[in-house]
Design a protein around this ligand. Sequence first.
Ligand code: PBG
Length: 434
Amino acid sequence: MASAMFSAPCSARPAKGLHCQNYVGLRLNTDLKLNTSVSVKSMKNGQSSGRLLIVRASEKRKEYLHKLGRSNEEHEAAVAAGNVPEAPPIPPKPAAPEGTPVVSSLPLNRRPRRNRRTPVMRASFQETTLSPANFVYPLFIHEGEEDTPIGAMPGCYRLGWRHGLIEEVAKARDVGVNSVVLFPKVPEALKTPTGDEAYNDNGLVPRTIRLLKDKYPDLVIYTDVALDPYSSDGHDGIVREDGVIMNDETVHQLCKQAVSQARAGADVVSPSDMMDGRVGAIRAALDADGFQHVSIMSYTAKYASSFYGPFREALNSNPRFGDKKTYQMNPANYREALVELQADEAEGADILLVKPGLPYLDVIRLLREKSSLPIAAYQVSGEYSMIKAGGVLKMIDEEKVMMESLMCLRRAGSDIILTYFALQAARCLCGEKR
Ligand code: PBG
């Protein structure tokens, strides 16, 4: 009898001696030999997707017993009569190095180290897992043909929307990352104080969504809803002459932007602007246009953080004056995240996001405990660049720190992680190293 099951959608070969394999159950992570009657067959399913495992129950055991010539009863009788068969001796106690103090053992009922003793036991008791399915890959796009490296984010590029982007998405899909979020670098000439390019149906983002959906219909596309890449002021909203960011007028623009993205085929629109009331207004606008199926991932707790620096360089979207502190949250505040959470839930958000990630694990945990909705964490540009820089300078092991940081974001309570490491980490999880 054979039963079949598919392993994770990942075409990569198993790794040898890579620490990352601890993170997900894609394969055995020890060199234990399979000496049972399970036969594992590897098969290519169509393109490069799943591996087929066939498990067979063997019927050979009985024959084997008969060949030995003694029944179970005879074996038992022999042992009862004192004829105990040979087995390896009781192992000697390992010696401690010379000079080790001789002490009486501590009277401990609890020795937590027992559960950490071997790799197999550690894997058994691992509480959190990390999978390529948890990642959303943020991608920068531009109008050009070439991919332009982003100085402040080693390994990241502004991708040509027609070529580089399509290739990058193919690479990500190949290791199980099938969700992306798009960030456009908009030509300066198209930026205005009211950011109207944001809802041009033929603008860079809607055009790119249509192309991606045409090539990869099952790709899940997240979009950013905010005016900053389109604003000549570099702010997420419309700026009044006295410098005030106008709330309700901005929300009006954001609704048009979200609907335009939905019309192009976006699956999840993600308001990152932090205006009040935008989730409810966007929900109503989407529904009115027949986009009831399009989700909203709200940047619920987005802090006014200096960790966004490299991103603003990538898009040349630094605010022309001032800062974003009248709409993004004060990094000193924790309870305030609950105010935002309650508003977003009431207004109909489908996913709640915390940003940045690692410095705000307490906020991720707070939202996880106070809401039943899926939680997203954004490991932002500054977090990415610090790990990259530390790796380049050989101050830390880049790959291990990368995997640990992602695992910690999951442990704190996030379901999905927006991370520039999505491709690199997924390759690591699939046992590929490049
Ligand atoms: C803007 C936006 C920002 C990021 C995502 N969307 C920058 C900002 O708020 O200034 C930052 C992402 C990152 O740093 O990786 N709406």
